[in-house]
Design a protein around this ligand. Structure first.
Ligand code: PEP
Ligand code: MG
Length: 579
């Protein structure tokens, strides 16, 4: 029995056999093949080249860079290699002579070439090694795709064990069979964790070397409440956990009963609880859990599981589905937040050195206008079906708001010309998730209808701590006085400007923060659906007067530790079962 401690990111208990997922570094099994499999493997090599060429051609087209640009050159180099018959022959020869899999042959041949290049004195040639590794990855993605799809076709219950999980891998998990998730890396607000939470799958991340202790088929307990993973537990431990799991399920069931009750504090203040979603079919779950609408629709997920960009119609259908289910309840559609951990970096021809500080989110949209406009058209078209609002993510300055709104107006004009209906008075808001936007909230407030505070990124950027990096996860806390001061400023500035303000980061899903957030003046929270009942229970158990006291006390403290333990103790008094 091996007990590992990590970070609890999605509540619940699971006991199931391990399924190990290969991570992005594509470890290649040196798997021999039978003589009879040779033609199949050779064909797989050919298909992989063909698909990689197709993908590259699409990317090249989509980017539309000018002739002679550096990026165009990189594409051309990749293309030359992929079209090189002698390269392909070397790989298929290896399959033929050594009886190895297509993956192994691709990797061996390309790594040999790369190594050869690295040794060259000429800088131009030695730099080509990076291209070769990239081409290797490109081909392996094609070859290994089938294995990833297999996770979507499970027939028995499993615990997914991985070194690292991407948000889109996680989003593809079938919750009927994937009972628990445990990974070596990740943080509480990394997107894979957020997705696990919205799927309601217990998950623990940041387990360091967990994968070295688990083999496929081992029994694994995932305790998503306490952040513990137990590999090959003894009988007594299994029994204890089965009982604990039953108690937890009963608590959840009890909480579900308050679904129909209003989210009103004991002293009569109404709190609006909205849900965060990534896919339209989560809308029903938000309503079932007692949510009153959608406060954050992370639309970029439509992109992440597709090889080609979604069309305007695909965007529209996704939005229309959500809006129709909501029947005039509000939905805040956040425009594309691609980039950082939510851009399939494998699609990039040159990965960014600092993707979280790079071309992500609204910056990416403002440089990819065709893509941005396609989405805006779809949102506007859906706006006649219900209460649709638009939200721009990762705003850092006023200029970005002005640009984004100008593009929105352009799109409106296009729709006018085509006589397509939309809501001309659609509300436009922004996410406050950078220190710069928080510190200038007073001026940004004049140009928007609402703010939504994205505490996941705001915490990351304020404290300069990567939200997904387990090595610094002990430094990542929204209870840090610096983060709290910024949040308070934003709320005050929104109130002064008389615009709506909410929190849609994970802070709003965490029981210990609720009294503080209400005490700082928030009346709208948007959170992951499974947590709505618990948060509603807290809202219904407190008075605003008491929350104000908590906020005053906390804002006078100067240490994160002191704040965290004070908030935990305060919440424990309100809802002891949750802790
Ligand atoms: C946030 O940053 O708090 C947020 C809600 O956006 P995301 O988690 O999608 O980055
Ligand atoms: Mg964010």
């Amino acid at each position: 029995m091996e007990i590992k401690k990590g970070i609890a990111v999605s509540p619940g208990i699971s006991i199931a056999r391990a399924l190990i997922l290969d991570s992005e570094d594509y470890r290649i099994p040196h798997r021999s093949i039978e003589t009879s499999q040779r033609p199949t493997e050779i064909q797989r090599v050919r298909n992989a080249f063909k698909s990689a060429i197709g993908e590259l051609t699409e990317l090249d087209k989509a980017h539309g860079h000018t002739e002679g640009s550096k990026i165009k050159d990189i594409f051309a180099v990749h293309m030359r290699f992929l079209h090189d018959r002698s390269l392909r022959k070397k790989i298929t020869d290896l399959v033929q002579s050594e009886l190895v899999t297509a993956e192994y042959a691709v990797s061996t041949v390309l790594r040999e070439i790369a190594l050869h290049f690295t040794k060259e004195k000429d800088a131009y040639i030695s730099e080509r090694a990076a291209d070769i590794y990239d081409i290797e990855r490109r081909l392996l993605i094609q070859l290994l795709d089938k294995k990833r799809e297999d996770v979507g076709h499970l027939t028995e219950e499993v615990t997914i064990i991985a070194r690292e999980l991407s948000p889109i891998q996680t989003a593809g998990f079938n919750r009927k069979f994937v009972k628990g998730i445990a990974s070596n890396s990740g943080g509480r607000t990394s997107h894979a964790a957020i997705v696990a939470r919205s799927l309601g799958i217990p998950a623990v991340v940041a387990l360091e070397d967990l994968t070295e202790y688990v083999s496929g088929g081992d029994t694994v307990i995932v305790d998503g409440n306490r952040g513990i993973v137990i590999v090959n537990p003894d009988q007594q431990t299994i029994q204890q956990y089965q009982e604990y799991s039953k108690e937890f399920a009963e608590l959840e069931h009890k909480l579900d009963e308050i679904r129909e009750k209003p989210a009103v504090t004991r002293d009569g203040v109404k709190i609006k609880l909205l849900g965060n979603i990534e896919f339209p079919d989560e809308t029903e779950t938000v309503l079932q859990k007692g949510g009153e609408g959608i406060g954050l629709y992370r639309t970029e997920f439509l992109y992440l599981n597709k090889r080609t960009d979604p069309t305007e119609e695909e965007h529209y259908q996704a939005f229309a589905k959500t809006v129709k289910v909501l029947q005039n309840r509000p939905v805040v559609i956040r425009t594309l937040d691609l980039g950082a951990d939510k851009y399939t970096q494998r699609k990039r021809f040159a990965p960014e050195p600092n993707p979280f500080l790079g071309l992500r989110s609204i910056r990416f949209c403002l440089q990819n206008l065709a893509m941005f406009k396609t989405q805006l058209r779809a949102i506007l078209r859906a706006s006649v079906l219900g209460d649709v609002r638009i939200m721009f993510p990762l705003i850092t300055n006023l200029h970005e708001i002005k640009q984004a709104k100008m593009i929105l107006r352009d799109v409106m004009e296009d729709l006018d010309e085509e006589s397509i209906a939309y809501n001309r008075d659609i509300k436009v808001g922004i996410m406050i998730e950078t220190p710069s936007s928080a510190l200038t909230a007073f001026s940004l407030a004049r140009d928007v209808d609402f703010f939504s505070i994205g505490t996941n990124d705001l915490t990351q950027y304020t404290l300069a701590v990567d939200r997904g990096n387990e090595l610094v996860s002990h430094l990542y806390s929204s209870a840090d006085p610096a983060v709290l001061r910024l949040i308070r400023t934003v709320i005050q500035d929104a109130h002064k400007a008389q615009i709506d303000v909410s929190v849609c980061g994970e802070m709003a899903s965490e029981p210990e923060y609720i009294m503080l957030l209400l005490g700082m003046g928030l009346r709208t929270l948007s959170l992951t659906a499974p947590m709505i009942p618990e948060i509603k229970q807290i809202v219904r158990s407190v008075t605003i007067e008491n929350c104000n006291k908590v906020a005053r006390k906390v804002l006078g403290m100067n240490s994160e530790r002191q704040i965290s333990s004070y908030l935990r103790a305060a919440a424990r008094k309100i809802l002891p079962e949750a802790f």
